[in-house]
Design a protein around this ligand. Structure first.
Ligand SMILES: [Zn+2]
Length: 260
């Protein structure tokens, strides 16, 4: 039986190996390389439906292209987010495929802050499960799973090193010798909560709570997997290991809270 083009139904030659005819492939490539696709009015649903016939990978490539374009200025407008959803929703892209948690969600929070000059308050129930009691005048902002780490010295032989930078701390000596190296060591697994007044951490095993008053924060930063908080009252930094999404949203929250 003669094969048909999956897009336009025209007959395909017996020896033709692809499922889409040459004309359709050309049309598609032109459509896909045309930068005008990135402008909002051109992204209409009919075109997207046509695109789907070329397979989900094509839809994902288009989505990635849009995402790259929209984030190039480090701002993602609500209109751009809506536009991305026009691609992701009908084709049921997964949160991983849409990079929702690591890219879009932090942008949504930034947009919320810009619009309302406040942090989005999240539901309180999830928060109660953590066993952290907040005070009446506190507003709950974000929470999640986190592991507490502590910088620990340990001795190590280095053969003529210039020193290495570990999590932003320069350690090591020039000559080959035994050196004391600082490495993050996990202390406990737990959960964190950020409110407008404090950053809380509670460990799973001991239920031991760490409360960091935002007013006492000297500096904060991130280093791939860690949120690092330096306070006036503690010599060592606090190291909270958490997901990239949680690091991003916590940093956005701290930026806002400590500026206001
Ligand atoms: Zn065709």
């Amino acid at each position: 039986m003669a094969k048909q083009c999956e897009v336009c139904d025209s007959k395909l030659g017996i020896l033709y190996r692809k499922n889409v005819c040459k004309q359709c492939m050309e049309k598609f490539d032109k459509f896909f390389t045309d930068d005008s696709i990135l402008t909002l009015p051109n992204l209409d649903e009919k075109k997207l439906v046509e695109l789907k016939k070329f397979g989900k990978e094509r839809i994902i490539s288009l989505y990635d292209k849009l995402l790259e374009e929209y984030t190039s200025d480090n701002i993602m407008t609500e209109e751009e987010i809506t536009n991305l959803e026009k691609v992701s929703k009908p084709f049921e892209l997964t949160p991983d495929e849409t990079k929702h948690d690591i890219i879009i969600y932090p942008h949504k929070i930034k947009n919320y802050i810009d619009k309302n000059n406040s942090l989005p308050t999240l539901d309180y129930d999830r928060f109660k499960e953590f066993g952290i009691r907040i005070q009446d005048d506190e507003e709950y902002y974000s929470s999640g799973v986190s592991n507490l780490y502590e910088m620990k010295s340990h001795s190590k032989y280095i053969a003529g090193s210039r020193g290495v930078s570990i999590y932003g701390f320069k350690v090591g000596r020039v000559q080959g010798q035994r050196i004391s190296e600082q490495l993050p060591v996990q202390k406990s697994t737990g959960k964190y909560v950020l409110t407008n007044k404090r950053f809380y951490y509670v460990s799973d095993s001991y239920g031991k709570m760490t409360k960091i008053d935002l007013k006492k924060i000297m500096s904060y930063d991130s280093d791939p997997d860690f949120l690092i908080i330096n306070t006036h009252t503690r010599q060592k930094p606090y190291l909270f290991q958490m997901s990239l999404t949680n690091i991003k949203t916590t940093l956005i929250g701290l930026d806002f809270l400590l500026d206001n």
